[in-house]
Design a protein around this ligand. Sequence first.
Ligand code: HEM
Length: 493
Amino acid sequence: MSIYDIYVIYALYFAPLCNIPGSTISKLTTAKMNMHAFLGLISDFSEDEYFSRGDIFTMAPNAVAISNPTDCRAVLTSHRFVKSEMYAGFEAAEQNIFSTRSPDLSRTRRKQVGPAFTNLYLNDMEPIILETGIMALKDKWDGEIASSPSGQATVCYAIHFMMVTLDVFGALGFGQRFHALRDNKSKMVHWIEDYSKLAMACVAYSRADTFPTSLFLRRLIKSREEFLAFGMAAAELRRNQLRNGDFEKPKDLLQILIDSQDPDSKFKMTDAQVTAENTIFMVAGSDTTSQTMTWVLHFLLLHPDVLHRATEEVRQAFPRHHLITYAEGKAHLPYLEACIFESMRIRPVSGFPMPRVVPEGGATFQGHYLPAGTMLGVNVSGVNNHASLWSNPRKFMPERFLDDEKAKNNILTFSSGVRVCPGRVLAQYEMVTILANILKDYDLALPEDSLFTPEKRDVYGNPIPMPRFQCLTVGPKYPERDCRIVISPAPEY
Ligand code: HEM
């Protein structure tokens, strides 16, 4: 009997995780998980595995994913299950709020940045969010329509949403106007893309950005350095402006990072720490928000009855030339909000089961004991489709979120507990203002040559969504092909 045979017998019949449902290959190697990650299909994998294997399944020899809502919340509620080493890939020079595995640093940073994401502060930032968000997008779309003899234009909404969220964050986080949407380009697009790719390389191999593997990743490392240098320069510029007496303190994220104190020591963050936080906000907050909006619009276009109802709701609630703010949208557009939540349920952009580590003493889930050190993936897709929470989970049904605050708390798209997404309300400010005003001001239609239409249905009778691809976040695989939309001005009413 070879060593290999012994390993196989051990892994399949004696290893601590051997009785957990899962494919044989996942019990033997990381190949299946890695291959799905490499192909950008990890969210399809975690969703399919939930549907076929249930509340717990093996992802790799030492990695298990859980999908039961109660189990998942129990893991996320405390700092006992720390983030796995994979998060070190998101560190650049300094630890940051996203990458840190230290409960103490996490608590400190969350107290420091928390106020920035409250309604009180976000209301003060809303003029910037509107100006660089929906108003800039409307300028762009109106310009495209004006330059087209037919009175309508075809645009790629996925790319416009990406540019617009960069512009919003450029203004809030760096105090600068990027004009990515207006100019159709920005260095920031490449910086974020490269930062994400480097992070993913480090997720696969934690020291990927050090010698000798760094030799192969030189371009990405240089790009990340440029991004950090840009962030440092923005922080220094702000401090210099503040030294100048007649400079009025802006109400933005950069300022709150500069001003915020460690609640215990009363120390403020250094420029390097401010930059570490600011850049990770940009990485964690821009693609997530733009891709969520992309999925919302895609699902509306695949469900004309839903699009019609959401459009009618907006047009009945607001006059044609009124700019809808977040508070107004939240108060008067419950159906649009439900559409956003249903899209976030069915297409969570954070598709990878969030990796945590089983603490000393081990833990038991679904009757299976997991020894300390096991990698535990909290499966967002599993919870968002879980049979105990959702009927007919594969169907896009915004009604499930109408008048049901509990349902909104049942999705795991923003995570939950001690490491819940701090930027979730900011994301909603952007999404509600952009989507509500678009529906009010434009008639939207799919181009005739669209591949994914309301008529093209799957075996369950639901319209087939465009294919997705996951690098850090889950977006459309072919945005230029699948995210085109014909826009024309809404009639006066
Ligand atoms: C629709 C948009 C968004 C979605 C779906 C989303 C989702 C998530 C999820 C699932 C996590 C937990 C990740 C994990 O534990 O592995 C997270 C964490 C985080 N998000 Fe978001 N996010 C969004 C927007 C934003 C925005 C706009 C910002 C900031 C400007 C932001 C900043 C962060 C940060 C800093 C963390 C780390 C928190 C911690 O570990 O304590 N996110 N987000």
